[in-house]
Design a binder for this molecule. Sequence first.
Ligand SMILES: Cc1ncc(C[n+]2csc(CCOP(=O)(O)OP(=O)(O)O)c2C)c(N)n1
Ligand SMILES: [Mg+2]
Length: 346
Amino acid sequence: MSTVTAKKATKKASSAKTTKFSKETYLGWYEVMLRIRRFEEAALKAYSQQLIRGFLHVYIGQEAIAAGLTSAIRKEDKICTAYRQHGIALSRGLTSDGCMAELFGKSTGVVKGKGGSMHFSSKEHNYIGGNGIVGAQIPIGTGVALAEQYRGTDNLCVTMFGDGAARQGALHEAFNMAMTWKLPVLYICENNKYAMGTSVTRTSNVHEMHKLGLSYEMPSESVDGMSPEAVHEALERAAAHIRSGKGPYYLEIKTYRYRGHSVSDPGKYRTKEELNDYKDRDPLKEVETKILTEKIATKKEVDNIKDAIKAEIEAALIFAESSDFPLGSDLYDDNYVQKDYPFIMD
Ligand SMILES: Cc1ncc(C[n+]2csc(CCOP(=O)(O)OP(=O)(O)O)c2C)c(N)n1
Ligand SMILES: [Mg+2]
């Protein structure tokens, strides 16, 4: 694709018509965002009680991205992302029980208590998982897309990374290969303005992260990440482009995390005003308000979702706490030491 064509694709994508969404979609978004919010609030509390240890990077504030992902792509599509990943995993259908138990390091966790907060994964849910090495998932997701192309499916691999990861060299190598081979990969930069305590403006000459795609003539656009509607629409456009065999697409989704980078972040690099500006646009509150004021569903229906999620998270905490830790001998299973490890080909 020439630069001019890439520009046209970008422009056309940005001016696409707003679609109407069903009651089912709105309630689905609300449910998934509420599940993530309550799950992580409970996880933070459990962390303060030392029931969860190690790292804990929460997604609170960024949930509209997970919501849009849930409604816009298929279950067969693959997803890989970074360490801020509980929300994406939950939106993919991994259970609150399994995810909470994983945070507690228990054998009933989604990866048997051996991965923890950064490394959920589920083959069944086509969730390749999280990654603690900043930017490492970008070539991995590109490779997963190559596998889909090789197998002749029309699935895509959603490859998500932060604004900090966008400045890793691996991104450029992956973008180049993906465009050259027209791989079915949807790159998403979740631009929450900060990489730990460092703002995009301090570390990048390019502040509009979507522009990084244009140097590879990759269709690229910027999306409002506080709106599940906007996220869904952009993802739908991108997925249609990719499934038609035209190759990668890149979305910079502008978002914000309300909590610190990890649990021990004093947050001195940003102002209260900035934080409150984003909290005023909280996607969870906005979707609830919209559902009620536009009479998309009744208060009773919304309350039913609230009650169900509350019960689900309470049950997940009990499940996690009452489960056993893995045995020391389990250390040698599910990795390359295991003699019949399924991915060793010789
Ligand atoms: C290769 C590598 N370098 C540095 C780190 C330390 N580190 C962990 S998170 C992070 C910031 C990444 O920020 P961003 O990609 O914007 O993701 P966010 O935390 O905002 O979701 C850094 C530098 C790391 N884990 N891996
Ligand atoms: Mg960031």
